[in-house]
Design a protein around this ligand. Structure first.
Ligand code: SF4
Length: 77
């Protein structure tokens, strides 16, 4: 099965909350008011989470709704 990854450049989050509203299974707001990609790991300057194909669309919706374009869903290499 094809695997995907979600990238989140949290440092540039403007705390709008849209991702957590549209996909609360994967996104929540943390104590500092920044979005948190649940279960993600810090990789360099951003956070990453591997997801299954069934969760691609809901995370792409979060990416599409993010006003500062800091969420990216990519096919895993
Ligand atoms: S939609 Fe983007 S800017 Fe808004 S809380 Fe989520 S990651 Fe942050």
């Amino acid at each position: 099965m094809t695997k995907y990854k979600v990238e989140h450049f949290k440092k540039d989050c403007i705390s709008c909350g849209a991702c957590a509203v549209i996909n609360p299974d994967f996104w929540e707001m943390d104590a500092q008011g920044m979005a948190d990609l649940k279960g993600s790991t810090k990789v360099g300057d951003h956070f990453e989470l591997e997801i299954d194909e069934k969760d691609k669309d809901s995370n792409q919706e979060a990416a599409d709704v993010c006003p500062v374009n800091i969420i990216h869903v990519k096919k895993k290499d």
